[in-house]
Design a protein around this ligand. Structure first.
Ligand code: TXA
Ligand code: MG
Length: 331
């Protein structure tokens, strides 16, 4: 099977979206743009269709999926929404905030990976919203990459990974945010951050009136995202972080013509490929596509700048750390 690619960059024809919505309703897979990264979508209420997502990505079955809805009221079809849930939706939806809430029985166990909770979000992307609305069902969608690879922020990356594994790809151009949504568990007394992402912890803290429990914290032991256990976002060549003191020593062992650098500050050594971004938001937006592009251009080692924690910096640190094979616990 070769995916049908529909260009929706210059506005969306009703016909194209209706076709995509039909594919979803009939149990097929449609890749669609969101404001964060591209999603690999299936009807969230169709357990068989959802299993195809896991197959296509090579995703471990114990890693649950995010259910996408087109309006806040859609969340009630799949989750029990608390008062706090309603308030968070009102403030942050549509947008890159995923809420983990108690799941309704209609949600297949393939979506929740057998947990009693379900993750739900309403993306801030008109094509995504219209697609979900036309499909008339909630849409389960992980990032549209092969498991472990950098998340796709343009249609080319999707095609590279999944071009022969899905029915349809909607090409909406490069995504705006570039890192995935923030995942917030609101099932407990205090909200717990499971994955930093497009909505900053500062914004959440201001809204909640307290700092959510962070992934490394003692109180967080039983509130983890299964997905954060796995090696993720990794390019095929080694990636080293600039915060690592021995980085320059390690890089010296590669020929300068093979070295690549991504980041905000200029590198202190000689690199054949250099991707500089003006600020942390652009770094987040461009990181995943830069990693894929550097692989294609033949870089053999990548050094990545280490951004500050503010704004989207926390999410970026998390993705960089994982791409380098480590794991990042914010303080
Ligand atoms: O921005 C995004 O969130 C993108 C776009 C496509 O919406 N989606 C995305 O999905 O990043 P995925 O599958 O790559 O990451 C979902 C994360 C995983 O870490 C998973 O473990 C966690 O959310 N998750 C899903 N359901 C959960 C649940 N019930 N409890 C805890 N964590 C959950
Ligand atoms: Mg992912």
């Amino acid at each position: 099977m070769r995916a049908k690619i529909l260009d929706v960059r210059l506005g969306v024809s009703d016909e194209a979206l209706r076709e995509a919505a039909t594919v979803l309703r009939e149990g097929g897979l449609v890749v669609f743009p969101t404001e964060t990264v591209y999603g690999l979508g299936a009807n969230a209420l169709d357990g068989k269709a959802v299993l195809r997502i896991f197959e296509a990505k090579g995703r471990p079955a114990d890693n649950p999926l995010i259910v996408h809805v087109a309006e806040a009221s859609g969340a009630k079809r799949v989750a029990f929404v608390s008062e706090l849930g309603h308030l968070l939706m009102e403030r942050f939806w549509p947008g890159p905030l995923t809420l983990v809430m108690p799941a309704c029985p209609v949600v297949p166990t393939s979506v929740t990976a057998g947990l009693s909770t379900v993750a739900v979000r309403m993306p801030a992307q008109p094509v995504a919203l219209e697609l979900i609305r036309l499909a008339g069902v909630p849409v389960a969608a992980p990032s549209a990459n092969l498991s472990g690879r950098p998340s796709p922020t343009d249609a080319r990356a999707v095609e590279e990974d999944l071009g022969d594994r899905v029915e349809m790809i909607l090409d909406g151009g490069p995504t705006q945010v570039g890192v995935e949504s923030t995942v917030l568990d609101i099932t407990g007394e205090k909200a717990a951050l499971l994955r930093p992402g497009g909505v900053s912890i500062e914004a959440l803290e201001e809204f909640l009136g307290y700092r959510p429990i962070l992934p490394g914290a003692e109180e967080a032991v039983d509130r983890r995202s299964p997905g954060t256990r796995y090696r993720h976002y990794a390019p095929r060549v080694p990636l080293f972080l600039r915060e690592d003191e021995s980085v320059w020593e390690k890089v010296e062992t590669w020929d300068p013509s093979q070295r690549a650098y991504v980041g905000i500050r200029s590198p202190g050594a000689s690199f054949a490929f250099v991707h500089l971004f003006p600020d942390v938001e652009s770094y987040a937006r461009g990181l995943f596509s830069a990693l894929r592009e550097l692989e294609r251009s033949g870089a053999c080692v990548i050094v990545a700048d280490w951004p500050g924690e503010a704004r989207v910096g926390l999410a970026l640190r998390d993705r960089l750390k994982r791409a380098s094979g480590g794991s990042y616990m914010p303080e």
